[in-house]
Write a protein that binds this ligand. Structure first.
Ligand code: HEC
Length: 470
């Protein structure tokens, strides 16, 4: 009797008609994926849960055409794996990944006062969005997994690849190695960095002499902040409050952007036009490198005044920062103009302590054209601090050295004119921008094998890994 009544209420029909369930609109590009294990462990139990004063979701929705849950066999208290899979498919159709507010599963049983739908035939199960059950649904839609169960920490890793001769930037999902988005209208983008809270990306724009702030969700340019001159690379403070842009024009400066107001707060005068600028892993120093000035300038991040300078014998190209056990900077690895090798600077001694050439690769075609006086350009250190990766434009190769002993581990052929390297957050894969191939080479850092090559835009150079808020 009850069954019949409910069937009438829910509009239950023969299986054919059940396809009538309206699908939600497609997820936007870059949206998180819906995790099955999280669904099974955290979301599905909510449909079985008895809330005081309420009928359970399963009572009405098992076999229904709206929220499509499978019927529970007589006496069963949970669904089988197979039925859980079917439920997962049905429930998925009622959510928009990355957008809890647009998801009917979250709106329908939520009270109207808290932002829910006008009416749900099954009642108002949650009176506020801070109800722990509702939070679980929200986290799932935002991409939570059992490993990162909170919506606030649910981030998606993205490889952001600038195209130095283009007017756009490609966004790659390292889980699938597919381009999942394009940021447009930034001509000659040089460097990229991301806000630590995952809400924004920042690019240096060489055409307009600006730092461009981009919304991480919509990929729209939200501000262009004028600089004191043509910029090269960019870096961000660990608290996300300051963005540093290297000014690649004499006499040389590091411009400081206040990210709250999106204005230029100051310009720190340094010796020589600046190519790359970094913030050390401990966040305490901003370090700039000048090609014509042959100078590494170390700036105190807190005061934004120069702390010390390290003159070198040649122009400063990319740098990589090694941490001591206490997190402080121990060494800087430096690539230099016209040198096919690596110089080692002791940060505390404030001077170069050694340098070594990286070996020729027999049988590899040797590129000597278009090196722009930088035979080696591109560095990364894995998050465990055990591997230093360095790219060579001469041999289309990435070399690997163990740390701290700097013993050669091997090398891997990558695309032509590799210009920059970034790693997945766990360090498993390296993304090497191959400027000469308009592609990104993906390398497994443990096996040193190229596992994918992803076509991007014109002359890809700087790239970065961002943990974006979906
Ligand atoms: C007393 C029966 C009953 C209970 C209990 C119930 N529902 Fe419903 N539900 C309905 C009916 C009837 C409809 C269709 C009419 C409507 O839209 O309100 C519906 C519709 C829905 C829809 C809209 C589906 C669509 O295609 O737009 C969602 C989502 C939903 N319910 C989720 C839930 C969840 C989650 C629970 C448990 C927290 C729940 N319901 C509990 C009866 C119930």
């Amino acid at each position: 009797m009850l069954e019949l009544l409910l069937a009438a209420l829910l509009g239950q029909q023969p299986p054919m008609a059940q396809t009538a369930q309206k699908e939600q609109p497609a997820a936007p590009a870059g949206a998180p994926s819906l995790d099955y294990d999280y669904y099974k462990a955290r979301v599905q139990p909510l449909f079985l849960e008895k809330r005081e004063g309420h009928a359970r979701c399963v009572t009405c929705h098992a076999g229904s055409a709206t929220l499509r849950l499978q019927r529970l066999p007589e006496g069963a208290t949970n669904w089988s794996e197979e039925d859980t899979r079917k439920n997962f498919e049905g429930v998925k159709a009622l959510v928009v990944p990355g957008s809890p507010g647009a998801s009917r599963l979250l709106r329908h049983p939520l009270s109207r006062d808290a932002g829910g739908d006008v009416f749900h035939g099954g009642g108002q199960h949650w009176t506020t969005k801070s109800d722990p059950d509702w939070k679980v649904l929200e986290a799932w839609v935002n991409g939570a997994t059992l490993a990162s169960p909170h919506a606030s920490t649910a981030r998606v890793a993205r490889i952001i690849q600038t195209n130095a001769a283009g007017d756009n930037i490609h966004v790659i999902d390292p889980a699938t190695n597919k381009v999942v988005g394009v940021i447009n209208d930034i001509e000659v983008p040089h460097g990229v960095t991301s806000a630590p809270d995952g809400t924004r990306l920042y690019f240096t724009n060489e055409a307009m002499h600006t730092v461009d702030a981009v919304d991480a969700q919509t990929y729209a340019v939200i501000a262009r902040v004028p600089l004191s001159g043509r910029p090269n690379n960019i870096a961000i403070s660990n608290d996300g409050k300051r963005v540093y842009a290297g000014i690649a024009q004499a006499p040389g400066a590091v411009d400081v952007i206040d990210t709250a107001t999106l204005t230029r707060a100051k310009s720190i005068a340094v010796k020589g036009a600046i190519h790359n600028v970094y913030v050390t892993p401990d966040g305490k120093h901003v370090v700039s490198g000048s090609i014509p000035g042959r100078m590494i300038t170390v700036i105190d991040q807190a005061t934004e005044e120069i702390a010390f300078e390290i003159p070198m014998s040649a122009g400063i190209r990319p740098m990589a920062f090694e941490k001591a056990a206490d997190g402080s900077t121990s060494r800087i690895f430096v690539q230099l103009s016209d040198y096919h090798g690596i110089a080692v600077v002791d940060f505390k001694q404030r001077k170069e302590v050694s340098r070594f050439e990286t070996p020729a690769i027999p049988g590899e075609h040797k590129h000597t054209e278009g090196l722009q006086a930088a035979p080696m350009h591109g560095f990364a250190i894995t998050p465990d601090g055990k591997l230093l990766l360095a790219t060579s434009k001469v041999y289309s190769t990435m070399y690997a050295y163990s740390l701290p002993d700097l013993k050669p581990v091997g090398h891997v052929h990558v695309g032509q004119h590799p210009e920059w390297v970034t790693l997945t957050p766990d360090g498993t894969f390296a993304y090497v921008a191959a400027a000469g191939d308009n592609a990104v080479s993906v390398v497994n850092t443990a096996t040193l094998k190229e596992v994918a090559r992803i076509p991007v835009g014109q002359v890809p150079k700087r790239n970065a890994t961002a943990l974006l808020r979906p």
